[in-house]
Design a protein around this ligand. Structure first.
Ligand code: SSA
Length: 420
């Protein structure tokens, strides 16, 4: 969410952001509402002041005058009640529109309506060559008994899967390796709730925009979060942190749940796009300073690249376009990993800088050394998300006889085994 004063002083910048991000928001309606709201607030405050002076008049008045004042008072009260109702209505509508205001994208973001406008910044590594016909991850997993798809569908319907045997151990190895790497970078592991209230979904910007993507449990007023990012922001929502605590660095782990309504027919087979998956999330909460955020963005991106390089996977880093980065982002870089079965790169990581857009929604502030209270900056990036990353490992490191070479960095987590 943007600052109202910023919108008043930079209406065109907000209109431009709405346009290049493809947001459905009428900035002029918002500005008009803001003006009406301030005028109504002034009138209510004035009326309340008059009401107070009224009580004094009443105390001093004789009986005849009191009868007149009673009549005046009733009319006056009705008018004040009506003003308050108008204020409540404009206030509610203004809050609704404020939640839709997009962060202003950085000037280097390619302008375009969706990921087709994304720009590849660099490609690292080379796709593997096979002297046999490689299997896709679903065939390989079924051949080796590493996943149940049909049986899982009996249990949980479309896009369900169960990992079996070494695939479970490989998933644990990938997560443990990522957590150890992040701990080495002073990120604190935090196992967060995936079962969340509405507030942190609003605080991170997942609501109100994409309600249809989120599993809801209405009887308990709870939702299943699509990423640990939600709880990580939610943990400190409403707090005023001491600047000495910043930057807060979390390695958030949680199951992630997504309805994938928008992707109905895409990736229905296999492990690429499922309703429930596991992720280690890099999260930073830092001071409201653009250079500080830029430094953390670079670090979160470098850590994800380090993970992919350590795993020996070929990947490309992408600058996300204005229409792909989403409403809350200042900047987003995706990392796409090579999938032999697709013959192309598929997103495995997404690195975002949001400045204070989330913190303003979550009312997450800090007191800086000179005592000023500011909204913090938040950033996040994927460290590892499985089973999509497992699918990449299976496909890229398969051998002719259907084994999979274990990346060196994972061998300590798999009893030293070089092959599974
Ligand atoms: N439906 C899904 N099935 C499997 N993996 C998924 C699914 N949705 C997302 N992912 C994985 O999770 C990663 C992060 O998802 S994201 O929405 O792009 N970004 C976030 O969630 C951020 N919090 C950064 O992690 C994706 O890059 C992808 O690797």
């Amino acid at each position: 969410m943007l600052d109202k004063r910023f919108i008043r002083e930079n209406p065109q910048a907000v209109r431009d952001a709405v346009a290049v991000k493809g947001i459905d928001l009428d900035v002029d309606e918002l500005l008009q509402l803001d003006q009406d709201n301030r005028k109504l607030q002034f009138e209510v405050d004035e009326a309340q002041a008059r009401r107070k002076s009224f009580a004094k008049q009443f105390a001093k008045a004789d009986e005849a005058r009191r009868a007149e004042l009673r009549v005046e008072h009733e009319a006056f009260d009705a008018q004040l009640k009506d003003l308050r109702e108008q204020l409540a209505r404009t206030g509610a509508r203004l809050s609704e529109l404020m939640l839709l205001t997009p962060n202003i994208p950085w000037s280097g973001a390619p302008v375009g309506p969706d990921e087709a406008a994304n720009v590849v910044l660099r490609t690292v590594g080379t796709p593997p060559e096979f002297d046999f016909t490689p299997l896709d991850h679903t065939e390989l997993a079924e051949k080796r008994g590493w996943a149940e798809f049909a049986r899982a569908r009996k249990v949980a319907g479309e896009r369900a899967y169960a990992l079996v045997g070494d695939m479970v151990m490989l998933e644990r190895a990938v997560h443990s390796y990522a957590l150890d790497l992040l701990r080495g970078r002073e990120f604190t592991p935090v196992a967060v709730p995936a079962l969340v209230r509405e507030e942190p979904l609003i605080g991170t910007g997942m609501l109100p925009k994409a309600r249809e993507e989120i599993y809801a449990i209405p009887e308990d007023d709870l939702y299943l979060a699509g990423t640990a990012e939600v709880a990580l922001v939610g943990l400190h929502a409403g707090e005023i942190l001491d600047a000495a605590r910043l930057p807060i660095r979390y390695a958030g782990i949680s199951p992630c749940f997504r309805r994938e309504i928008g992707s109905a027919s895409r990736d229905v087979r296999g492990l690429l796009r499922v309703h429930q998956f596991e992720k280690v999330e890099q999260f930073v909460l830092c001071a409201a300073d653009e250079a500080e955020s830029a430094r953390w963005h670079a670090e979160l991106l470098a850590t994800a690249e380090r993970i992919l390089s350590d795993l020996g996977l070929c990947y490309e880093v992408v600058e996300c376009a204005t229409g792909d980065m989403g409403v809350g982002k200042f900047r987003m870089n995706d990392i796409n990993t090579w999938f032999p079965s697709l013959g192309r790169f598929r997103e495995t990581h997404s690195c975002s800088t949001l400045h204070d857009w989330q913190a303003r929604r979550a009312n997450l502030r800090y007191r800086d050394p000179d005592g000023t209270i500011r909204f913090a900056h938040t950033l996040n990036n994927t460290a590892v998300a499985t089973p999509r990353l497992l699918a990449a490992l299976l496909e890229n490191f398969q051998t002719a006889d259907g084994a999979v070479r274990v990346p060196e960095v994972l061998r300590p987590y798999l009893g030293g085994r070089e092959l599974i």
